[in-house]
Design a protein around this ligand. Structure first.
Ligand code: TA6
Length: 297
């Protein structure tokens, strides 16, 4: 089990402190509406809890905070590609440090922007000029947006994902609805298969749903709650749970980790978004538990 102690560095605003967890700078948000933590390494949200409610996001107790290894759990940012469509897996965005661009807050919540510009490291992996901005809007609900701008003089194509690990009491009793009529099965070399309406997790699941609804519902039966995920700017929804055997094999995942999360990802599974010079594209995921969503409406 990794030490999770947050060492206070300095205050950035009324509700936001800069802290360190081992080698990783972490923004700690403590606001009347919610508590959250965001790593500057990877612009990676690590935790989010609406006030007086259960956490919505799961983080591995064995995540590695060496500011080199991608963090297991939370919301990894996959960019400029998804999965094995490039190397390293899921791109470089989750393996580099992002800069704090902007912090503002009011009675409803806190908005934090982190930015990433090209470096020798990114150009060696992907020879393009871009500006990537992650915007976290933290209220009783969680809104996360990746905006990519082409700052080069030639067009480029990219892919990626907001790879959310949603917290559940027991994944084997959980279901996901809204996934659409078919999926590409990562356990069968991407073979296209018909979907049966809701996803269940008695077996490991690694699927790309290419005609999913933009609103998906995770029913956490053992936790007596439903988590609503609204995606925009995506080309698919990826649903993943590794199951026990893979969970045990992953050194940065607790052996029973697979029981406590379901990934529902806003994804661009192929590098298919083409941006002309000056153009931008935004990928967004908005997450709330049904109770809190109703409170706000
Ligand atoms: O999003 C699902 C997936 O692509 C799975 O195939 C699995 O590899 C998972 O992501 C985790 O990937 P990672 O590179 O973080 O181990």
């Amino acid at each position: 089990m990794t030490s999770h102690t947050l060492h206070f560095e300095r205050r950035l605003s009324a509700s936001v402190d800069l802290c360190y967890r081992q080698a990783v700078p972490v923004l700690r948000i403590q606001h009347p509406a919610c508590d959250a933590t965001i790593s500057q390494f990877g612009a990676h949200l690590l935790s989010f809890s609406p006030r007086n409610a259960e956490p919505l996001i799961w983080m591995s107790g064995n995540a590695v905070y060496d500011a080199k290894t991608p963090l297991r759990g939370g919301i990894p940012v996959c960019f400029p590609w998804f999965g094995q469509t490039g190397s390293p897996s899921h791109g470089f965005a989750r393996r580099v440090m992002w800069d704090i661009q902007h912090i503002e807050e009011d009675a409803q919540g806190v908005t934090i922007q982190l930015s990433l510009l090209p470096s020798a490291k990114t150009r060696a992996l992907w020879p393009h000029d871009f500006e990537a901005v992650m915007t976290f809007t933290l209220t009783q609900t969680l809104d996360v947006a990746l905006t990519v701008k082409n700052t080069a003089s030639l067009p480029f194509e990219f892919g990626g994902a907001l790879h959310s690990y949603l917290s559940v009491a027991d994944s084997e009793q959980a279901t996901v609805a809204g996934v659409g009529s078919h999926y590409l099965d990562n356990f069968s070399h991407g073979q296209r298969k018909p979907a049966s309406g809701t996803v269940t997790f008695e077996e490991p699941v690694d699927r790309i749903y290419t005609d999913s609804a933009s609103s998906l519902t995770l029913t956490d039966t053992a936790g007596y709650r439903r988590i609503i995920v609204n995606n925009q700017g995506e080309t698919s929804a990826v649903v993943w749970n590794p199951g026990q055997a893979a969970s045990v094999k992953m050194s940065d995942m607790d052996d029973d980790g697979y029981l406590h999360f379901v990934c529902i990802e806003a994804a661009i599974e192929q590098p298919s978004i083409q941006l002309a010079p000056g153009e931008s594209h935004t990928l967004t995921t908005c997450i709330h538990d049904e109770k809190h969503g109703e409170l706000l409406l």
